[in-house]
Design a protein around this ligand. Structure first.
Ligand code: PMP
Length: 338
């Protein structure tokens, strides 16, 4: 295949069967490997859709500047689209994000403003507030705002959902994905449920995030909010892209379980994926163990690639320092001997 631009290669990512991690679980489990996108993440899909829709609406004009608060992956997608279409990019990021993600965005020619993680979203220092202020101050700038921009879920309604439906030949019975902005889960689940309303969707949340409790009680409970390490999923806000009516169940996963499962995906399945992929698979398998039957087919989204986490979950010292390594069989030969 020949493509006119790298952004034309976004989408049509493969479904890959899990062969080992699902031991003892009934049914068939596929993962959709989103690192095959050119920016190595699922977020390329919504990045191009947000820009397409802004151009169509006349909000983004030639020579403009794209400003976004991002955990890194959306920034990468926007950077690719910016390069292809001639826009400058400025990204605000929370300082808990991996250095690799910041360096990657700089490598793509973007300007990155690092902001403190542990301040409330309406604090003027938060990465949300800084992005909004830059948008106000810089003429001809566009703030996509992935949290509340509905082009986000629509991208998944138009691409991720149809790809899964086609590739499973309509056999999918369960869909699982991590929930951050909510775009992936809400858009994909909406498409799939329109094809077959009995498809069950399982949203993966983190401890320290408000989603699960909100779904189950309707209450926005501030006590649910505390710092956590996993990147890309869970929130301390309710983004417009989270359509709770499209999410049947939430499963919360700890930082440790996510980290351990991420390493297992690499070593046992050959899937060198990011940290939230461990969350998605750990949470989805927990659900599958209890609910899947022999006839069922589950699809789990794996949002991004492992390179961005080499200094964290793939680093043994980092894992030990966080108390995450003791119950894995991995580690160096020296660890095993000592
Ligand atoms: N995992 C990672 C690594 C991400 O960057 C994101 C995006 N925040 C997600 C999962 C969640 O996807 P969504 O924003 O579509 O809910």
């Amino acid at each position: 295949m020949i493509y006119n631009s790298i952004i034309d290669t976004i989408g049509d990512t493969p479904l890959v069967k899990l062969n080992r991690l699902n031991k003892g679980i009934k049914g068939t489990i596929y993962v959709k490997v989103e690192y095959f996108n050119p920016g190595n993440s699922v977020k390329d899909r919504m990045a191009i859709k947000m820009i397409d829709d802004a151009e169509k609406a006349g909000i983004l004009k030639p020579g403009g500047t794209i400003i976004e608060g991002t955990s890194g992956n959306t920034g990468m997608g926007l950077a690719l689209v910016g390069i292809a279409r001639g826009y400058k990019c400025i990204f605000t990021m929370a300082d808990k994000q991996s250095k690799e993600k910041i360096d990657v965005l700089k490598a793509m020619g973007a300007e990155v403003v690092v902001c403190p993680t542990n301040v409330s979203p309406d604090d003027p220092r938060s990465y949300y507030s800084v992005a909004k202020k830059l948008n106000k101050d810089i003429p001809n700038s566009f703030y996509p705002n992935q949290y509340d921009n509905l082009s986000n879920w629509k991208a998944h309604y138009e691409t991720t959902g149809p790809e899964i439906w086609k590739d499973t030949e309509g056999k999918i019975t369960h869909f699982a994905a991590g929930v951050g902005t909510g775009g992936t889960m809400s858009g994909t689940a909406k498409y799939l449920k329109e094809q077959n309303p009995s498809i069950v969707s399982v949203g993966i949340d983190t401890y320290g995030s408000v989603f699960k409790k909100y779904k189950e009680t309707g209450e926005f409970d501030e006590n649910e909010i505390y710092p956590y390490l996993t990147e890309g999923i869970g929130e301390d806000i309710l983004p417009a892209n989270v359509d709770f009516s499209m999410i049947d169940h939430f499963v919360k996963v700890t930082d440790k379980d996510s980290a351990v499962m991420t390493r297992r995906l690499s070593r046992e399945e050959g899937l060198f994926v990011g940290w939230s992929c461990g969350s998605a698979v750990h949470g989805a398998l927990e659900y599958a163990r209890q609910h899947l039957t022999e006839q069922d087919t589950m699809v789990i989204i794996l949002p991004d690639h492992g390179t961005r986490y080499l200094g964290k979950v793939y680093n043994d010292d980092w894992m030990k320092n966080h108390g995450f390594l003791e119950d894995t069989t991995f580690g160096t030969a020296r660890d095993i001997i000592s």
